[in-house]
Design a protein around this ligand. Structure first.
Ligand code: SAH
Ligand code: SF4
Length: 365
């Protein structure tokens, strides 16, 4: 596998263009940049729409496939641009039908995404950054640090790749792969909008979920976005000391502050936020922790997703028992808080965040 820490820009590829300038990644151009490129090539504006359809709806991987463009335009574009695209560095199939991919971009940086089919649905879990700088103690991605943030098109392409691999429509997307979406806010929002757009993947906003470790200024911003995107917050403890230990990257924002901002979020949007809570034996599954969680969640429209901790090799943390998870559900229900135990999909295929990468790197050592 190539060096995941390479820092070259994902936007350009050396050589190739008639002027000797590096070829530009067509998928990285904004609509206006595309229109002005077409203008330079003496092409009418409507070609931009046709090209965008090939890129964002049909997920074209070759200029020759763009059959409604004149041959001369296809040739001119391929001299000046690349199509970006991803390469599969690893692919694992689970007995439950899930597929997990390690996808590599053209600068050698790779990220994980997962496709999870069920009946006539296909959910995709995608990454927003390569690695993550938030350093959560239980997370395999957090252990390796941040390589770089992804562009909007790199986030979007993961979803298209899974769609094409399953050859079926994607019905929901969760940004719960690698990375902290709210440390890459603009690209994340642009990707969500394209996923939502009828001129893109056409997925309903409520079926597009962002998960954050709790970057408060961005939760505030997110509450003001016009779309009905869904928000999940990784809580993992409602006791300040425990949360600081588990999630040092968000230590500067207190739980009290998070509680207040989530209150504002609910008032503003009327939408139900989800709190993610990975149960860790003896750490956040004690009686005190359960009482604090009940206090944090009652009366604020919360839905709690209890996740069985995915064991990360070399980690000191272990998952709680099923009985303990059941007790959490009962106690939360007794104070009027809805809670579910999340079914861990693909548990036989390095399902936890960051694990596929770890194993591929280990095998390539
Ligand atoms: N950075 C964002 C989104 C990506 S992580 C966030 O933290 O919310 C997606 C979810 O997986 C988060 O809820 C995260 O806390 C959880 N997670 C990370 N490592 C895990 C592990 N080993 N077991 C269970 N859940 C884990
Ligand atoms: Fe980053 Fe989320 Fe992992 Fe924390 S849990 S290190 S925020 S990816």
């Amino acid at each position: 596998m190539q060096d995941a820490n390479t820092t070259s820009s994902p936007m350009t590829t050396p050589g190739g263009s008639p002027s000797g300038a590096p070829r530009r990644n067509l998928r990285a151009l904004s609509h206006n940049e595309l229109v002005s490129l077409l203008d330079e090539l003496g092409q009418p504006k409507f070609r931009a729409k046709q090209i965008e359809d090939w890129l964002w709806v049909k997920n074209a991987s070759a200029f020759e496939d763009m059959s409604n463009l004149p041959k001369s335009l296809r040739a001119a574009l391929s001299e000046r641009c690349t199509l970006g695209g991803v390469e599969v560095a690893a692919r694992q199939l689970s007995s439950d039908g899930s597929r997990k991919y390690l996808l590599r971009f053209d600068d050698g940086v790779s990220v994980e995404c997962v496709g999870m089919p069920s009946r006539n649905k296909l959910a995709v879990c995608a990454s927003t950054q390569a690695g993550c700088g938030m350093k959560c103690a239980f997370c395999a991605t957090g252990a390796s640090g941040l390589t770089r943030s992804l562009t909007a098109s790199e986030i979007y392409e993961q979803v298209m790749h899974v769609r094409d691999d399953f050859n079926t429509r994607v019905t929901s997307v969760v940004l719960m792969g690698q990375g902290e979406p709210f440390m890459n806010y603009d690209a994340t929002l642009e990707a969500l909008r394209r996923l939502n757009s009828p001129e893109g993947a056409g997925i309903g906003a409520r079926h597009l979920t962002v998960s954050t470790s709790g970057v408060i200024p961005m939760i505030k911003r997110f509450a003001n976005e016009p779309e009905q995107f869904t928000l999940a917050v990784s809580l993992h403890s409602a006791v300040q000391r425990t949360r600081d230990m588990l999630m040092p990257g968000v230590k500067k924002w207190s739980l009290l502050h998070l509680y207040d901002i989530m209150g504002e979020y609910v008032d503003k949007t009327g939408r139900r936020p989800t709190y993610e809570y990975a149960l860790i034996k003896g750490v956040n599954d004690t009686e005190d922790e359960l009482s604090a969680l009940c206090d944090f969640c009652r009366d604020n429209l919360a839905h709690v997703n209890l996740i069985k901790l995915n064991e990360v090799k070399g980690s000191r943390f272990q998952p709680s028992s099923d009985a303990r998870a059941g007790e959490f559900v009962r106690r939360l229900a007794s104070v009027g808080v809805e809670a579910t135990i999340r079914n861990s999909r693909g548990s036989d295929i390095d399902a936890a965040c960051g694990q596929l990468r770890q194993n591929v790197e280990r095998n390539n050592d």
